[in-house]
Design a protein around this ligand. Structure first.
Ligand code: C2E
Ligand code: CA
Ligand code: CA
Length: 524
């Protein structure tokens, strides 16, 4: 039997055997890594060394073959490699491997003038699942998501988990036509969005998943790198979040980068906006039965010197993300408390509602800060309602309940704002010493036309009734809405454009406080 025939029987030479023979004849020695398969199921790895013993005339006398088993080392290496490049929870590629793959793909496309796509997938409400049911359930939920993705994608498409609830798919296409590449990307995103719109049973819980998807077809320029593509796709995901459509899918456009830059600029300018007198507090009336004034909600406004009015929906989220809301929120509280004190002088039951951001509320020294502002402004807490959102109960529920109890002890009323829109568990509800529910304006809209909204509003009114809670309907714009609400809950408080838009304190006084009887006549 020749050496090669013998070797082929024993081991799997990964290198070509011609190379081995050439080296052996030239150097009289060869060494390399081989695999050994004693049967179909087992693989050993070994270093094979072959020395050739020949006489002076090059007649081969014999070979000395040495096999060193390196299976342990090899497996350890593979494990380390997996740990460095694969996500241990789902077994998918991790961020680092995704970056390497995308960078290689970019080079390929530049050479061949082709395109493929990158899909950035963000799972909705994952944080609340984690917070509400614990990390282990969250992990199992993510594993299910990973399985769904693996099932519907082709083997060649690369899927990676690059963050807690963030997955990336880099397709294997090599499309010369940008339009077709774009269409394909959109089709794939729809397929993923459909597949992820799904209910999983995890730990006996029914958890519904859905996703937002940011899309990018690349390369879009010579400057593309995996990092910039991921940043851009992530921006597209943020945009997808705002969509009201069933499929939250958004393509990246360069305007998103511009928007991000202007957001960072706004964040910078917001820092001292209140010191420059650009932040104003507006007040919107809350009316009781028979058009009597109950109080007002404080709504913050930013009048930017160049950009003009910036809605709070926009800048409050900037302030929250950058945590500037802590400083801004304290500033709002101070001025609103002062206003409440002023207005309570003439009408002692006047109530001023103030929105409290969850970021503010969750701070360890929140209660201390409220106490400090209360004593500094010498305001009576009984004239103030603090509006909190259901979201604050999701994480750290016990401490949230305790804080609410402390606020009530201090004399404040506590209201749950945007009631019905959150993900809160009604089981905690029993233990909350709250005073009021605010029905979100999205439910009040299209009442009484929309049967669905009518049903929601009626069930909230029913809940408020049984729990003896006050109730505010916000976003009330028409007489029909008021009649509908009064019929079902005679003590309901009404807030909305029907009575007044939020306005400056001086205007509020003019309309509602100087001559209330006149207003009453006008509205009657
Ligand atoms: P919100 O607390 O739910 O406030 C009610 C929003 O509904 C206000 O929008 C108000 O102007 C608007 N609104 C009132 N009546 C009507 C109506 O009849 N029709 C319609 N279509 N809208 C009506 P605004 O002032 O733009 O505030 C938006 C959100 O910004 C607030 O929602 C609140 O979440 C936040 N916000 C406002 N001021 C503050 C604040 O001082 N602190 C914090 N943390 N958040 C604030
Ligand atoms: Ca509010
Ligand atoms: Ca609200």
């Amino acid at each position: 039997m020749t050496l090669m025939a013998w070797l082929e029987q024993q081991v799997n030479l990964k290198n070509d055997s011609m190379g081995l023979l050439k080296t052996l004849l030239k150097e009289k020695y060869w060494s390399g890594e081989v695999e050994i398969h004693p049967d179909n199921t087992i693989t050993f790895y070994a270093i094979l060394s072959i020395s050739m013993v020949a006489d002076t005339e090059y007649n081969i006398e014999h070979y000395i073959v040495n096999l060193q088993n390196i299976t342990d080392i090899k497996e350890a290496h593979q494990r380390i490699e997996r740990m460095a490049f694969y996500d241990s929870l789902t077994g998918l590629a991790n961020r680092q491997l995704a970056i390497e793959y995308i960078n290689t793909t970019i080079k390929h496309h530049h050479r061949h003038n082709t395109f493929s796509s990158l899909l950035y997938i963000n799972i909705d409400r994952f944080k609340s699942i984690n917070d509400a049911f614990g990390r282990k359930t969250g992990d199992r939920f993510l594993k299910k998501i990973a399985e769904v993705l693996q099932k519907i994608l082709r083997d060649e498409d690369n899927i990676a988990r690059i963050g807690g609830d963030e997955f990336v798919v880099a397709t294997q296409d090599s499309e010369t036509n940008l339009e077709i590449a774009t269409r394909n990307a959109n089709k794939l995103a729809l397929k993923i969005s459909n597949a992820l719109n799904h209910q999983f049973i995890v730990d006996d819980l029914k958890l519904h998943s859905s996703a937002r998807i940011g899309l990018i077809v690349f390369p879009s320029s010579q400057e593309d790198t995996a990092e910039t593509l991921l940043i851009n796709a992530d921006l597209a995901v943020s945009k997808a979040k705002e969509l009201k459509k069933r499929h939250k899918i958004h393509f990246y456009e360069s305007i998103l980068t511009e928007e991000m830059k202007s957001l960072r600029q706004l964040e910078h300018e917001l820092n001292d906006a209140h010191k420059k007198g650009e932040i104003h507090l507006f007040y919107q009336a809350q009316m009781g039965s028979e058009n009597t004034l109950y109080g007002a909600e404080t709504l913050v406004r930013w009048i930017h010197p160049k950009l003009g009015f910036i809605p709070p929906d926009k800048f409050i989220s900037i302030a929250e993300e950058s945590r500037q809301i802590l400083k801004l929120g304290a500033w709002i509280m101070y001025h609103a408390f002062m206003q409440a004190k002023k207005w309570a002088k003439n009408s002692k039951d006047f109530n001023l509602s103030i929105n409290i951001s969850p970021i503010q509320f969750h701070e360890a020294d929140f209660i201390d800060n409220v106490i400090a502002i209360l004593s500094e402004t010498k305001t009576d807490a009984k004239n103030i309602t603090l509006e909190l959102t259901e979201g604050i109960l999701i994480s750290d529920t016990e401490s949230a309940i305790e804080k609410i109890a402390r606020l009530v002890e201090l004399g404040f009323k506590v209201s749950i704002d945007d009631f019905g829109t959150g993900y809160s568990s009604l089981s905690y509800f029993q233990r909350l010493p709250i005073h009021e529910l605010k029905i979100d304006k999205s439910f009040i809209a299209r009442v009484p036309e929309s049967k669905e909204n009518v049903a929601i509003v009626e069930s909230i009114l029913h809940l408020a009734n049984t729990k003896k809670l006050a109730i505010v309907a916000e976003g009330v714009e028409s007489k029909e809405q008021i009649e509908f609400l009064h019929k079902r809950f005679s003590d309901i408080l009404i807030q909305g454009y029907y009575y007044s838009k939020p306005c400056h304190a001086s205007e509020f006084e003019k309309i509602f406080l100087r001559n209330p009887s006149e207003k009453q006549l006008e509205l009657a």
